[in-house]
Design a protein around this ligand. Structure first.
Ligand code: MG
Length: 260
């Protein structure tokens, strides 16, 4: 199989907090040198595109704005599709700049858009969102990851709070981030590469690997970031390949292209 496009998860694959994964920048450069289309896909909803790009550049990764795929952009698309204009942006202040054309606030909104609020997730914030949902707003979740890895250990991600609101309001969120199939399709937009010729590399066996496999792509799991042997077993998902880190990816793709 010859892979023509690679979708690369950021957190846990290229870096953990502010530490680049050893060999990651060289691996990205090497994939580029092979002529592969590259997309950088994150479920991070705690900072805007502008700051994600700044960080990538600071850590030595050469990424163009059009190569970066974030859930915020897909939430904007969902609002346009549904005609939502007034929304509640439940997220860190920083991220609001990625929703410039939506009106935020009021007692009646078309949608509640839920992203990472970190330490600010609390009763008052969740209860306000809950009441808006009970009044008919659509719940749009920027992602629904269970947890992520921070320097002091595994930490709750947005998913548990999405689940709490779904349970309370007896509703089901429209999830725009990984593992939603639309996320992977959007990531390949403009590459001219079909899912069957693309691979996703990530450290989350469910969101990255499971989502990619479901979307018809190869799903490659790295043993960096939040990788845990137990969660791979528990998920019941069989990655296309498991590698120690993204540093091994160029060699893996070379070997795969030798096979029919
Ligand atoms: Mg990750």
């Amino acid at each position: 199989m010859t892979v023509r496009a690679v979708v690369i998860d950021l957190d846990g694959v290229l870096y953990v907090e502010d530490e680049p994964v050893p060999g990651a920048a060289d691996a990205v450069a090497s994939l580029r040198a092979r002529g592969l289309a590259l997309r950088f896909a994150t479920n991070t909803t705690s900072r805007p595109r502008r700051r994600i790009l700044e960080r990538l550049h600071r850590l030595g990764f050469d990424v163009a704005p059009e190569e970066l795929v974030t859930p915020a952009a897909l939430a904007v698309r969902r609002c346009a599709d549904r005609g939502h204009r007034t929304v509640a942006l439940v997220m860190k202040d920083d991220l609001r700049e990625d929703f410039p054309d939506l009106v935020d606030g009021g007692d009646a909104v078309d949608a509640v858009i839920l992203g990472d609020c970190g330490e600010d997730f609390g009763y008052a914030l969740l209860n306000r969102a809950f009441r808006l949902l009970m009044d008919g707003a659509e719940l749009i979740a920027l992602q629904k990851n269970r947890y992520w890895l921070t320097p002091d250990g595994l930490s709750l991600d947005v998913g548990p709070f999405v689940a709490a609101l779904e349970y309370a309001a007896s509703t089901e969120a429209f999830v725009v981030g990984k593992p939603a199939p639309a996320f992977f399709a959007a990531a390949l937009d403009g590459t001219g590469v079909t899912a069957a010729q693309a691979a996703m590399v990530g450290d989350d066996v469910e969101s990255d690997v499971g989502g990619a496999l479901h979307a018809g792509m190869a799903g490659i799991l790295v043993r960096t970031g939040k990788f845990r042997e137990e969660s791979v077993r528990a998920a019941g998902i069989r990655p296309t390949a498991i590698i120690d880190s993204i540093a091994e990816l160029p060699a893996l793709l070379d070997a795969a292209s030798q096979r029919p």
